[in-house]
Design a binder for this molecule. Sequence first.
Ligand code: IPD
Ligand code: CA
Ligand code: CA
Length: 273
Amino acid sequence: MTDAERLALAVAIAREAGEMIRKAREQQTFGHRYKQGQELVTDVDVAVDTHISARLEASFPGEARLSEELSPERGVVSDDAPLWVVDPIDGTVNFAHGLHHVAVSIAWAVAGRVRVGVVHAPFLGETFTALAGKGAQCNEQPIQASRIGNLEHCLVGTGFPYRRDSRPPLMRRLMAVLQHCQDVRRNGSAALDLCDVACGRLDAYYESVSPWDFAAGWLIAREAGARTGHLYPCPAGFPEDLYGENLLVTSPGIHRELGELLRRADAGEVVQC
Ligand code: IPD
Ligand code: CA
Ligand code: CA
């Protein structure tokens, strides 16, 4: 099967998942609990993951899957075999609160390189797709990252971990960005933040997340002309496309400058305007 055929199937599965999410919101009957005390998960996250998993198994029998609710512990290091990377609902807190930034994210990687990505946003009516080397699209129209050349006017997306004790160190980054850039957005879906960079609505995005949060959006952003990278080197042997710590994805002209700003903030340097 070609990568384009895989993408077409992944899009069909993501749309089915999106329909489940839309119906669940209409009916409002789902339960919820907290993983490790702070991370919200609803019955819908699990039901959608189960559906996607069954559909992928039927279409691609035996191919490995890393998915947030069913197989989050699956390793990605030195795995040369094909791997599906699935977030059934990215933006669970938004979903539970009736907000619209909610997405299904499905990526397919081979030897640690993401080759196929789809991010489908059922409440926004947007489906973002990319094939490695073939560009990125939103609702089948080509998309392009912004071409901004300075930090001063750039709009930056980010997010914060569920664990509250991991948040304070990130305040230094936030302060630096608020002082040097146009403003910050926290939309609650890493996958959609990356797609917003891909279509030039955001100029940059930085965060530390899990592989399922970013694998598809990362390919979409890169294929749309954004520069994808990490603030610090990835550990040896870890595939960059699946390593979620300290991501930095930007319009190409500001990558170096924003990276320096964030690293200086981490180092505790007072970053003056
Ligand atoms: C979360 C979202 C959010 C990001 C969190 C993720 P979830 O995913 O992507 O934007 O800031 O780090 O965990 O829990 O809604 O699938
Ligand atoms: Ca997620
Ligand atoms: Ca999720």
